[in-house]
Design a binder for this molecule. Sequence first.
Ligand SMILES: Nc1ncnc2c1ncn2[C@@H]1O[C@H](COP(=O)(O)OP(=O)(O)OP(=O)(O)O)[C@@H](O)[C@H]1O
Length: 231
Amino acid sequence: MLTVENVNLHYGAAQALRGVSINAEMGKITCVLGRNGVGKSSLLRAVTGQHAVSAGTITFNGQKLNGMAPFNRARAGVGYVPQGREIFPLLTVRENLETGFAPLQRQDRKIPEDIFSLFPVLQTMLSRRGGDLSGGQQQQLAIGRAMVTRPKILVLDEPTEGIQPSIIKDIGRAIKYLRDSTGMAILLVEQYLDFCRELADHVYIMDRGEIVHEGAAETLDTAEARRHLTV
Ligand SMILES: Nc1ncnc2c1ncn2[C@@H]1O[C@H](COP(=O)(O)OP(=O)(O)OP(=O)(O)O)[C@@H](O)[C@H]1O
């Protein structure tokens, strides 16, 4: 389980996270909902080590992550699908996937076949450059690249952003498959309430750097969620 406890995060004098506490259980999909600028990406940066926290603790399966470099968090099993996907545009699809080999031992440096069962388009486009893919295909590639690292927790930053509905469905199916087939924990942040409600086991709502609501997905108070999601 990932445990985030009382985390504060600052950009200079500006505080982006205020005493944030969440859990993401193994074998479950945990979704943090919130509108633009409330601190969702900052929370994921704290988890993945892209930005240091100013207070609080983050542990994964008993191992303290605070102070660990992002590379070592990847080794500890934290897979990251960043906002905007961050595909290498001049590398091929295969090369983009192979960048996920970095935290692995030599004998584990293989591309898992289930990436291509989940996202067949990646197989047909293995020799194409990342920059030639559509936004939705790049999102699939970014998830595939994170899967290459054999994560124990997959952290996704707004996987539906700017993506057409048919591919959003494929991505939702892939995320559920990963939960069910591997038992990994999945933590995703989103603005898209319906996607979150359909997919998540547990939901948190964030507003202005704080968690303001939490509950099981099936008991989520939709009106309350919408209130926090509209400006
Ligand atoms: N590098 C940075 N330097 C200064 N302030 C930042 C930086 N990154 C984010 N912020 C500020 O921190 C707050 C939280 O931003 P964050 O990106 O975490 O929000 P978000 O909920 O992920 O929004 P979005 O959906 O737009 O990504 C915002 O007020 C933002 O302007």
